[in-house]
Design a protein around this ligand. Structure first.
Ligand code: AP5
Length: 214
């Protein structure tokens, strides 16, 4: 099973990725998490990506495609994977076509911009795993502590309201054209659209129900 999760920043891609990946037993490939790991380790890539990410600007297609190609060449991706935050531009999507990566489902999670800006201020993340929480909608069992490791949670640098607005603009200009790109390929790819404004559980159920029906 090969799945792409598409949607604006804060739509709930990472939240839904956890559920879908467990259900299908496939690896979760988040280019955002891969870049954050590189920043944390202060590799050359991390140093290059940090300022761009903090400002909500996309990292170059060339760098991202290289990262993804290397990742999907690994053994655990043989029976499928889920892309979260990739592709994010038409050239990134074309790179997958060129490499003959056959996608089964594109899942678009739709959330209005105003709701996203409110959501982001409440997000908390476990830096080691990229696991996300929300102080109100999806709280950890103990405030500011990761449920699985007991380690502290952090707030992401790019979750400041001004940066979130810039990220939404980048999504509208550079990523939303992918909706048309993939909608046109219906037949070979299943295209599913869900409202991400419902509770995380309702959104997961809607995604899994639509996959089962397809
Ligand atoms: P990335 O990490 O991919 O960020 P993003 O796409 O902006 O998405 P987010 O992780 O912010 O949100 P999400 O949709 O996963 O939502 P979440 O589940 O956390 O990218 C970061 C940066 O890296 C980019 O700006 C760019 O610089 C670079 N980058 C990454 N990939 C790239 C690429 N391919 N090309 C170029 N550059 C790239 O949910 C958000 C919050 O809402 C959480 O608190 C969650 O608990 C809560 N929540 C989730 N669902 C619900 C719900 N249904 N109701 C209420 N609250 C909910």
């Amino acid at each position: 099973m090969k799945i792409i999760l598409l949607g604006p920043p804060g739509a709930g891609k990472g939240t839904q990725a956890d559920v879908i990946c467990k259900f299908f037993n496939i690896p979760h490939i988040s280019t955002g998490n891969m870049l954050r790991e590189a920043v944390e380790a202060q590799t050359d890539l991390g140093k290059e990506a940090q300022a761009l990410m903090d400002a909500g600007i996309l990292v170059s297609d060339e760098v991202i495609v290289g990262l993804v190609e290397e990742r999907i060449g690994k053994k655990d991706c043989r029976s499928g994977f889920l892309f979260d935050g990739f592709p994010r531009t038409i050239p990134q999507a074309e790179a997958l076509v060129k490499r003959s990566v056959e996608i089964d489902f594109v899942i678009e999670i739709d959330v209005p911009d105003e709701e996203i800006i409110n959501r982001m201020s409440g997000r908390r993340m476990h830096p080691g795993s990229g696991r996300n929480y929300h102080i109100e909608f999806n709280p950890p069992k103990e405030a500011d502590i990761d449920d699985e490791t007991g380690e502290p949670l952090i707030q992401r640098e790019d979750d400041k309201p001004e940066t979130v607005k810039d990220r939404l603009q980048v999504y509208s200009n550079q990523t939303s054209p992918l909706i048309k790109f993939y909608s046109k390929r219906i037949g070979s790819i299943g295209y599913i659209k869900v409202s991400g404004s419902e509770s995380p559980k309702v959104v997961s159920q809607s995604i899994l129900d639509q996959i089962k029906r397809s």
